[in-house]
Structures are given as C-alpha cells and as structure tokens.
Ligand binder design. Structure first.
Ligand code: FAD
Length: 396
C-alpha cells in the first residue's frame, strides 16, 4: 500500500498542504483531504461583501481541481476524532482513515462562552461574527442593509492573538465607507480589548481622522464581557455599556476544536505548540499543525498568507521525513496582509521570517518587508490579484 497522509481542513493551510504534498512527492504519496464544505470561501476580501463592494460568489472556489489536477482524494466530511496512537482519524459519518502523517489545519474556534449571553445571541442570529466567511457574512450584510440611517454598528475586537490582526480595522473602514455613501448619519464604533490598534495602527488612525471623522469612532481598552438578550447592548469589563443597532461581537479565539479535543492545544489550552522547523506538534510528532491553530512565533500573524507558507514548509518536511531525508534546516516564510480602507484603496504590511535553529523559532529578517506610505488604488489592484493568486496556489 502507498504511504498515506491525511489532511484535516481545506482552508488556506490544509488545501495548500494537500496540493504540495502531492507535488513535492512527485505524486507518490496518497493524500486524503477531509473537509465538510463543498467550496472554499475566502475570509480575505469578505469584509468587502459586508460593505457591498464584492459578492460572496467572487470569493468562492470549488475543491474539484485538487482532485482532478493533483490527485488529492477529497472526502466531504468532518473529522470527529483523531487517534494519535493508532494513527487514524474517525469521520463524523463513521468510517476511519489510517495515516502515516497527519496535517491539521482546522482554523479557529470562537470562544463564545467568554462573553456572557453571546452563545444564545449567536444561535438566535441576533449577534453575528462573520469571522469564518460564508452564510454568516451574507447574514451580517443583511443586518447592515436593514439598519436605518442614523443607526450604530458596533464591532468588538478581542485581545490579541486572534485571526487576522488587521481584519477588524479593515472591516470597520469599509463599513464606514458604505455608511458614508449610503447612510451618512450612521456610526461605526470599534471597541477594542487591546490598548491600541493591533496592526498598521498609524495608517488606520490617520485614515479614520481624514476620511471617516464623525462616522468611525475607535475606543481602546474595551473588553466585551456580555451581551443583552436582545443583542442590542454590549457590556464591558471596565467601561460603560454600549447600545448598538447591529452588534458584531468577536469573542476570544483558540485553535479549531479538533486540535483542542486531541490534546494538541498545549499553549494556555488555546493554541497548538509546534516545532517550527517542521510544524510537527510538540505533543504528537506525527501530527503537523499549521495555520491559525498554532502558537505563533514572535511577529507572526494569524493570516491566510502565513497558513499557505506554513503548509509548504510542513509538506516539504513530511516528504523528507517519509523519504528518510533530512528536513530543511532553514525554512523561510513570507507574509503580506492587504487591507482595504474603502471599496478601492488598500494598505499593506509585509514581512519575511527565517527559522533560527539556535533559538528554535522564526524571526523576521532584518531589513525585509515593509509598510504602505498610505492607501492607493494601485495597491487595491495588487490586493485583488494577491487573493486570486493565493486561491490558485492552494486550490487550482
Ligand atoms: P481556515 O482557512 O479557516 O480553514 C480551516 C478549515 O478546516 C475550514 O475549511 C473548516 O471547514 C475545516 N475544518 C475545521 N475542523 C474540521 C474537522 N474537524 N474536520 C474537517 N475539516 C475541518 N489573511 C490574509 O492572509 N490576508 C487577508 O487579507 C485576510 N483577511 C481576512 C479578513 C477576515 C474578515 C478574516 C476573518 C480573516 C482574514 N484573513 C486574512 C485570515 C485568514 O482567513 C486565516 O488566517 C486563514 O483562513 C487561516 O487558514 P487555516 O487553514 O488555519 O484556517
């Protein structure tokens, strides 16, 4: 029988890993990808669906090419349980699949219970997150469209680390652009548990002052502790309550549930510790964890670009290990996070990270990377092309 690698989760990390395991092994490895959704829906650019500048259909890619062009076996199911000793996964529908190596890229789990009343308000559809792109993105768009002019949209940001450091600030900006054009008496309130804007802070704050004064208000040190039963009032640990017509409460996050249930989230019970040279779990070395679920190295964001980078390092390490070859001693990762500030203009931050063997971690390369001087339409075109390129890299 051929050697099998099972990949759990077909997001930015998992889809890339499945494809590159096939490519790096010259198609000799048997690669099985388990993912419950028929289509990949991109979180990057999904804020533009909320603001009405893009549609979800434009951000949706089928899994068919992974099977057709790369010979990945795509199984439409959820992994209910992993048995690391027996090296097998158990699918929700019942069957088991054995593996030599497992790649786990389950993304994040939203910790609803950290905010009182949020689980109920979310289940009833009153308070949404839309931090996993899909039907909730469309539902939050409908809430924003239904909001009367003069209404308040409140977005809470959890303490870092969370998925996509600039994501909340991009969301606030593009929704402010929508309000400015369509309901100019409305307000965007950003209520941030952190002491300051977590990413591209100076750029965002300058933009908000210049472009969204009177529409967008930013308040740091606001840690959400509860939501009211009607979903219209948010409580904070220290600060006063805030009333909102549309409350978009992002709770703290941790590694996707299957990682937690398998005992892999060994850093504060939230994130999966990995050996950064190969992304092997520090709990079970035959399970490689990538993407948002891991405990990140310093200055490493939880981003789709990073998950795509992790996937290639992990896939190369697995192919080397299974072939009895040494693992690359000095892997590199790259990252770019583009953020729209309205329907067209974009700012970015970029970085390059190298594995430093002596310290067993990734560090940013001195002099690498960069930051926009300010938003431009040119960067808007780069951002759209970045998205199309990375979707193709993972899925085509
Ligand atoms: P995901 O992409 O979430 O994939 C996880 C997959 O695992 C899902 O498909 C899920 O269905 C599947 N899964 C989970 N559990 C199981 C199970 N038990 N069995 C089988 N399958 C399972 N990143 C950027 O680089 N650039 C951006 O501009 C950007 N913008 C963003 C904007 C927003 C609004 C948001 C929310 C995020 C943004 N991100 C951006 C971040 C990016 O989306 C994530 O970092 C990325 O999706 C992480 O990839 P992942 O593989 O870890 O998780």
């Amino acid at each position: 029988a051929r050697t099998r690698v099972v990949v759990v989760g077909g997001g930015f990390g998992g889809a890339t890993a499945a494809k590159y395991l096939r490519l790096f092994s010259d198609h000799t490895l048997d690669v099985v990808l388990v993912e419950p959704n028929t289509h990949f829906v991109s979180c990057p650019l999904s804020n533009l669906v909320l603001s009405g500048h893009r549609t979800l259909a434009e951000l949706t890619v089928p899994y068919t090419a992974l099977a057709r062009s790369h010979g990945v076996t795509v199984v439409r199911d959820t992994v209910a349980r992993i048995d690391p000793q027996a090296r097998k996964v158990v699918l929700a529908s019942g069957p088991e699949i054995g593996y030599e190596k497992l790649v786990l890229s389950p993304g994040i789990d939203l910790m609803f219970d950290a905010v009182e009343g949020l689980r109920e308000a979310q289940a009833a559809g009153r308070v949404l997150q839309a931090w996993k792109a899909g039907p909730e993105t469309a539902a939050l768009r409908r809430q924003l469209e239904a909001m009367p002019d003069g209404g308040v949209y409140a977005l809470t940001v959890p303490e870092a680390p969370y998925r996509c450091p600039p994501g909340p600030y991009e969301r606030a900006s593009v929704i402010a652009a929508y309000f400015k054009a369509a309901k100019p008496r409305s307000k965007v309130l950003v209520l941030d548990a952190n002491p300051d804007v977590t990413s591209k802070g100076a750029l965002f704050k300058k933009l908000w002052a210049e472009q969204y004064a009177g529409i967008l208000e930013y308040r740091p040190q606001h840690k959400a502790s509860g939501v009211s039963a009607d979903g219209r009032s948010i409580r904070f640990e220290v600060q006063d309550d805030v009333r909102a017509d549309v409350a978009n409460v992002l709770p703290p996050m941790r590694a996707g549930r299957i990682a937690v249930d398998t005992g892999l989230a060994n850093v504060n019970g939230r994130w999966a510790g990995v050996n950064y040279q190969s992304f092997a779990s520090t709990v079970h070395p035959d399970i490689h964890v990538i993407g948002d679920a891991i405990q990140v190295a310093p200055l490493m964001p939880k981003s789709g670009h990073m998950a795509n980078s992790h996937a290639k390092v992990a896939a190369a390490a697995i192919v080397a290990q299974l072939g009895g070859q040494p693992v690359n001693p000095a892997p590199m990762l790259t990252n770019t996070c583009y953020s729209y500030v309205d329907g067209q203009r974009v700012i970015h931050v970029a970085s390059v990270h190298e594995y430093v063997a002596a310290e067993k971690t990734f560090k940013t390369v001195a002099g690498s990377g960069g930051l926009s001087a300010g938003p431009t339409e040119q960067e808007g075109r780069y951002a759209w092309n970045w998205a199309r390129t990375i979707w193709a890299d993972a899925l085509a």
